[in-house]
Design a protein around this ligand. Sequence first.
Ligand SMILES: Nc1ncnc2c1ncn2[C@@H]1O[C@H](COP(=O)(O)OP(=O)(O)OP(=O)(O)O)[C@@H](O)[C@H]1O
Ligand SMILES: [Mg+2]
Length: 380
Amino acid sequence: MVSTDHPDQSEMTANRYEQLVQSVVDYAIYMLDPSGHVVSWNAGAERIKGYKAAEIIGQHFSVFFTPEDCAQDRPEQILRKALDNGVAQDEGWRVRQDGTQFWALAALDVVRDEQGQIIGLAKVTRDITDRRESALQLDAVRAQLFQAQKLEALGQLTGGLAHDFNNLLTIILSSARMASSSQDPQRVQRLLEHIIDAGQRGTQLTQQLLSFARHRQLSSVSIAPLALIDSTRGLIEHALPGSIEFEQQLATELPLIEADPGQLQMVLLNLLFNARDAIEGEGRIRLEVDCVQLAGEVEGLHGPFVRFNVQDSGVGIEAHVLPRIFEPFFTTKSFGKGTGLGLSQVYGFAKQSNGAICASSKVGEGTSMCLYLPAVLSPP
Ligand SMILES: Nc1ncnc2c1ncn2[C@@H]1O[C@H](COP(=O)(O)OP(=O)(O)OP(=O)(O)O)[C@@H](O)[C@H]1O
Ligand SMILES: [Mg+2]
């Protein structure tokens, strides 16, 4: 006769499982009967939900739900879903014994006996309040960052546009003043044309703003530099005081360049107005346009470039100021006179166009600003 003092094998396994489930504290693991009443309870369930086993066993699992969820019959729906499909998952607010709430991630699995009869449901719940809160905080921070970036971009853009509008209004006002004091009908006609031109530029500017708002690219087209200079000169002529002499030297044959014409004109106006502002009393501004072959000497650029050079006989720029002039909002002009956005726009435009802008200056002698834009092959 064989005697055994070992406990039955399956009983041992069941005990081990019981120990395992009981030792888990991060998950609430418990069983429900098919009607949704609690039949077992582990240490994790006690830790997360607050009830001791004796207090909760026998109660319906709807006590864990918020009154709103109960009113909508949510516990029953989840139970039904699990019984119908074998499994149900849910995420939402749950109520602890002390009435506080936590955000739960719960899974409900049907448990069957060997004959396939449903004997209950295994419920595993995790408290993911912290995870949810950090996800929400992350979302909020992301949204704030996005908003800040948009505002920053919009601020830069509207600042730049206000700046360009100011340049155009200067042209419109000075042309209008001259027209109102002129007796020469032909001159008045010319001045009116400049006003219309500047007005149209203003309209184009608002279109640029709208195209930004719709996230469209500005339109780059092939530009003949001389035609563009012609219209820019027309614009600036009357905005310069009589004490400033304006000269230009333009190469007769120039290759085409590719850029947004409205933007390029604003860039040239920025350079010309800076030159004007640098001249106290009498002085001279010279605009040179030619084509140069670069071999890396200007910001590592190579190939044919159209160079727009604006020189003035103004006060010049001190050596310690020179490295800062392209910074946004850097200005040496008094409050209300300058925004410091002019050259940062010029810089941005040059970079976007795969070109460069260079400044050289001597205090007391004047300043030279060179804008390089890549030449494109002229049509035959
Ligand atoms: N031709 C120039 N001669 C002397 N200083 C210049 C010249 N061009 C630019 N600067 C210096 O660079 C600074 C920045 O120029 P920028 O065009 O960015 O702004 P701003 O002219 O001061 O203001 P805004 O363009 O809004 O009127 C000027 O304040 C000035 O000190
Ligand atoms: Mg300026």
